[in-house]
Design a protein around this ligand. Sequence first.
Ligand SMILES: [Zn+2]
Ligand SMILES: [Zn+2]
Length: 158
Amino acid sequence: MLRVSTRELAKEPVGASLSFSFPGGEAVAEGILLGVRGTVTKLARGYLVHVDATWRTDAACDRCLDPVSYMQSASVDEEFGPEPSDDVRPLDEGEIDLLPTVEEMIVIERPLKVLCREECQGLCPVCGQNWNHGSCSCEEEEVDPRLLVLKKLQENES
Ligand SMILES: [Zn+2]
Ligand SMILES: [Zn+2]
């Protein structure tokens, strides 16, 4: 899976290309692939690969820990060649393995913050109540300590 044969393309002139597509359905990194497609173009040495990938990630909301599913897609161009370097991925014999490329895409696109919704209320730090589902009685008891000092001062004055 996610391997593209270059055996036929290897016989073609430089600049020739082929298209590929995979239906997805398998788990990669933290995502479930929904589809991968793209093109492979022959270079003088190696190949230039364009990849479009779509995947779904199942995670937990950073504020309330409720399960969240979100869909993402991204595109990348990468070179595969016989002499791998920082910019060139290794070329397997007669095959291009797209798995490391797709895994990296999923990791790079992972959002810094995952929220079930923009206005998620989060959890009560005292009792753990999910404030999206209802409030708890801790809310009023949690008072800013500076306000408590003011309150005391006011009580002493009266
Ligand atoms: Zn949430
Ligand atoms: Zn609470």
